[in-house]
Design a protein around this ligand. Structure first.
Ligand code: ZN
Length: 446
């Protein structure tokens, strides 16, 4: 609480009262059995809207557009000032200063603590922090990570690993494989394949995301941690179709060095890598394994390559990556519905930060219309939008939530951004990324 903004402190008091009232009036213990957190890495409102324009030609058709909770979310890291709507909407350039990286943002989302950039679920003092996945595990639940980028990358890594620097991917990989209690991991980052899904000759094996010894131990089944290893698309598809699969602990490594699709040859959509599963397939496979746990589960799913495409200012492949992310959410909502789990599951869809400073064609600090918005060119066509940066920005990201506990977000609102409300068609109310942890925890801890 130290150094907390008064409005935030007030938000906390209101929030605690709300929780207490809920407990006393309804006698609820933990309200959510399961939590699914979906992160479109590097995606602000404009990226979300570009994906909708591409897929539907209009807004409002995504599964999360119907969620009860639709808010903005601030993403500043420990070392940066709080989000200032007045500044953000009067100074286009200021949006590019002191933005978070994915490590500090992931730490905030999973632990509720603001930390410095580069930290993986460790504080500014470099000490390890307890993550929501660890809390879920402590309650007897199973936990998992799924990503379209390697499991040792910042966003998936920070779910269970703790490290002072995201660049230590070998240590992060070792912690996940040997010391975490994750039940499922699905991601690319395969040391034997390139990013086109082609097998590498021996002298080109790359272990930047998964150290050679760790890979060998996974394949040979000698980690001592009970992992069932798989890397074939077919095996993952079988798991996605099997409601009660045999293995209890699965490590699925898709056959690509870096991303499922984004990093392949070319700059345009189409001609996909054929030997890797989709994010949707990996997510359903993960859910089927996790759902064997009668105590429930926590699952983080990341559309990680959305960020990579925005760094590359590649709108074409950004909407391609986003479509897989959106399809994944639609399938998950169906999966929950078919199993009668919708009312037991808190689902949160958000981003860790904006990337690429996407705005309309006539935006920019030198323009008369600096905050020109992206425009639809119709379904299946790239929207009229442009990147104005190659890195991250500090603008608000969207946050959608549904299911038990999601209403707690309303007690944590920090402010109202009236410009954002007009531009992006929501209340303009925003919470902070640390509130995602607070709400998830309140939803599962009795
Ligand atoms: Zn990034």
């Amino acid at each position: 609480m130290r150094g907390m903004h008064p409005r935030r402190a007030m938000g906390r008091v209101v929030f605690l009262l709300a929780v207490l009232t809920t407990f006393t009036v309804f006698g609820w213990g933990a309200s959510a059995k399961n939590v699914i957190l979906l992160i479109a890495d590097g995606a602000g409102f404009n990226a979300f809207h570009c994906s909708s324009y591409f897929e539907y030609g209009q807004l409002g058709k995504q599964p999360y557009d119907a969620f009860a909770v639709r808010l903005g979310c601030t993403t500043n890291p420990f070392e940066a000032p709080l989000y200032d709507p007045a500044k953000s909407w009067s100074d286009f350039k200021s949006q590019r200063s002191k933005a978070t990286d994915s490590a500090a943002a992931a730490t905030a989302l999973y632990t509720g603590v603001k930390t410095e950039n580069k930290r993986i679920s460790t504080g500014p003092d470099k000490k390890p922090l307890t993550t929501i996945a660890e809390i879920a595990h402590g309650l007897g639940k199973s936990a998992g990570i799924v990503s379209s980028v390697p499991f040792s990358h910042a966003t998936p890594g920070a779910v269970f690993a703790h490290n002072e620097d995201r660049k230590n991917t070998d240590q992060i990989a070792e912690e996940i494989v040997y010391r975490s209690s994750l039940a499922v991991v699905f991601s690319p980052g395969h040391p034997r394949y390139d990013s086109n899904g082609k097998k590498l000759p021996h002298d080109k094996w790359k272990d930047s995301y998964c150290p050679e010894e760790v890979y060998q131990a996974l394949v040979e089944g000698t980690t001592g941690r009970g992992w069932t290893f798989m890397d074939s698309k077919r095996a993952m598809e079988a798991l996605a179709a099997d409601p009660r699969p045999e293995p209890n602990r699965v490590f699925g490594l898709a056959k690509s060095a870096s991303t499922l699709q984004y990093d392949r040859e070319g700059k345009k959509q189409g001609r996909l890598n054929g030997n890797v599963p989709t994010l949707e397939t990996m997510s359903l496979a993960a859910l089927n394994v996790l759902n064997k746990d009668e105590d429930g589960f926590f699952l983080m799913i990341e559309g990680g390559a959305v960020d990579w495409a925005n760094h590359g200012n590649n709108l074409d492949r950004m909407v391609e990556e986003f479509a897989d992310f959106n399809k994944t959410i639609a399938s998950i909502m169906n999966w929950l519905d078919q199993r009668g789990l919708t009312r037991d599951t808190l689902v949160i869809v958000t981003s860790d930060h904006e990337c690429g400073q996407i705005w309309g064609p006539d935006a920019g600090e030198k323009s008369k219309t600096p905050f020109d918005l992206p425009k639809s060119r119709g379904k299946g066509k790239l929207p009229d939008a442009k990147h104005y940066a190659t890195g991250h920005t500090n603008v608000l990201v969207p946050l959608y939530a549904t299911g038990p506990g999601s209403e707690f977000f309303h007690a944590l609102v920090d402010g109202v951004d009236t410009h954002a409300a007009r531009a992006w068609q929501f209340s303009g109310q925003y919470v902070d990324n640390t509130d995602v942890f607070t709400v998830m925890k309140a939803a599962i801890v009795p």
